[in-house]
Design a protein around this ligand. Structure first.
Ligand code: UTP
Length: 297
């Protein structure tokens, strides 16, 4: 029997420079799509996939993130007194069970691979998930759940994969595909941020992974890669060289790059339009401004 994936690492120790000045005092993961912070979407997705232990790799200035998962007795009491049951339920869904959540510090932003390695002692010798909260995925079946189901068949290491236009591939880790089996591809190699003419495919890795603990041992060697950072992609690729399987998983769903301003705005509009309480007003407003814009051209 394959071991169940019950632990997830959330690396959130990056500097978030693309959102300065906001990220000077607000962690990127606390920024909200409509009324829920990015991190809440990631936690909900992880829970749906059966994750029981949530490990955050944080850095200086991220205390708002830790506070977010705390119980808020005063607020809860106030809402109870006023009979605001629906809000109370919303608030309760953000509480984490004692002991289910752990915070580890990454003392220096040395790269995603290094951030994941910082959590090695809490992972031990079992498979684990890695989720980047700034990749938000709207999907009927939550993305990590789709991956866990596929992983139960394949084992090995699995990364979420998405087709990107060839000119965009150099912004991602890119898969060198050995065999394309539809939703699952087996992988011969992986390259982080390849030069445009060197991208082995247009299948890019996005922020969901199910990994074997061997990847953490590979990270022990602390090799720096693209951009001088310790790259998770390189440590996964080393597993292929050691004869272990790596698969890309083409998930069903729409991914928003909420680490970029354009992606964040698109996600805000998409999630607001999906809400019954906001759809009518917002779509009316959007069609009005599109018309004004067209008339001005
Ligand atoms: P990004 O490449 O998006 O970097 O990291 P960033 O610092 O968050 O944002 P920008 O580019 O400066 O705007 C991808 C993910 O890896 C984490 C980030 O927190 C983010 O979730 N990360 C990155 C770390 O935890 N530590 C690192 O050293 C680097």
């Amino acid at each position: 029997m394959r071991r169940k994936v019950t632990k997830a690492i959330f690396p959130v120790a990056g500097l978030g420079t693309r959102f300065l000045p906001a990220t000077k005092s607000v962690p990127k993961e606390i920024m909200t799509l409509v009324d829920r912070p990015l991190v809440q979407y990631a936690i909900d997705e992880a829970r749906a996939a059966g994750i029981k232990e949530f490990i955050f790799v944080t850095s200086r200035g991220k205390s708002a993130l830790e506070d977010y998962f705390d119980h808020s007795p005063v607020l809860e009491q106030e809402l109870r007194k006023k009979g605001k049951d629906k809000l109370l339920e919303t608030l309760k869904a953000t509480n984490m069970e004692s002991g289910a959540i752990a915070y580890i510090r990454q003392h220096k932003a040395l790269g995603l691979g290094h951030a994941v390695w910082c959590a090695r002692r809490l992972i031990g010798n079992e498979p684990f998930a890695v989720m980047l909260p700034d990749d938000v995925i709207a999907a009927e079946v939550p993305c990590l759940q789709q991956m866990v189901e596929a992983y139960e068949e394949t084992g090995g290491n699995m990364v979420a994969a998405m087709e990107v236009p060839p000119e965009k591939a150099s912004a991602y880790g890119v898969l060198d595909v050995k065999e394309d089996m539809g939703s699952i591809v087996s992988v011969r190699g992986m390259v982080e941020k390849p030069a445009p003419e060197e991208a082995p495919s247009n299948l890019a890795v996005i922020g969901r992974y199910i990994l074997n603990p061997s990847v953490l041992s590979n990270l022990n060697r602390m090799k720096s890669g693209a951009g001088g950072e310790i790259q998770l992609t390189d440590a996964i690729a080393e597993d292929i060289d050691a004869g272990r399987d790596v698969y890309g998983y083409r998930f069903r769903g729409q991914r928003f790059d909420c680490g970029s301003k354009a992606g964040f705005l698109q996600a805000t509009v998409a999630f607001a339009l999906a809400r019954d309480d906001l759809r009518d007003d917002l779509s009316r407003y959007l069609s009005e401004i599109v018309q004004v814009d067209k008339a001005a051209q």
